[in-house]
Ligand binder design. Sequence first.
Ligand SMILES: Nc1nc2c(c(=O)[nH]1)N[C@H]1C(S)=C(S)[C@@H](COP(=O)(O)O)O[C@H]1N2
Ligand SMILES: [Mo]
Length: 199
Amino acid sequence: MSRLAELNTPVFWAEGHPGALTAQGWEVEISGLVDNPATITYEEVAAMPATVADARMTSVSGWSVRGKWKGVQLSYLMDLVKPKPKAAHLQFISYRSIYTTCIPLEVALRERTLLAHTFDGEPIEVEYGGPLRIFCPYLWGYKSAKCLVAIRLVDRSIPGFWEVRGYPDDAHIKARRLLDVNTSRQRRIPGGEVIEFLD
Ligand SMILES: Nc1nc2c(c(=O)[nH]1)N[C@H]1C(S)=C(S)[C@@H](COP(=O)(O)O)O[C@H]1N2
Ligand SMILES: [Mo]
């Protein structure tokens, strides 16, 4: 069993379960307001310089899980595709294009925003958004799109699956009591704190 499953991390599939997916043949297309559109394979992402963010994914629905999320920084990918001056947001598109969400370019460029493939040393399984998912600890978990197939650079925020259903587009994490999945305890997690929630 994977570490995320061992911790009983909740599993969300607003669009329905995607079924069996494989890392082999997985591609992420990066397009829109960029000078160098690119389609990158799972193998290419896995071979890129990796960053480990020991940080939390925190759901507005009331839980937070911490671990070592590993992947390539979105800032690295942005250096490859070269956003045009008008690019202001990144739209993330999950497998089957039903689940989408959008974050500001400025947040995408922060050091812990990743296209993640590994959690606590194990490949992220499909259940938790593998083979490739967004990990963005700075915003509520609904911005961390699972099973990512495309990133589009756009000039304004495009409301996604949860944003059109009333979740705030800014997804700013607010201080409140949450289930700390790592300890199975309810505790207060400070709002906006993303690097060291614990200790
Ligand atoms: N494709 C897709 N990505 C998604 C979701 C989803 O339903 N579908 N749920 C989001 C929400 S609300 C949260 S809190 C996290 C949960 O990630 P997990 O299911 O791996 O725990 O994924 C986000 N990314
Ligand atoms: Mo969530």
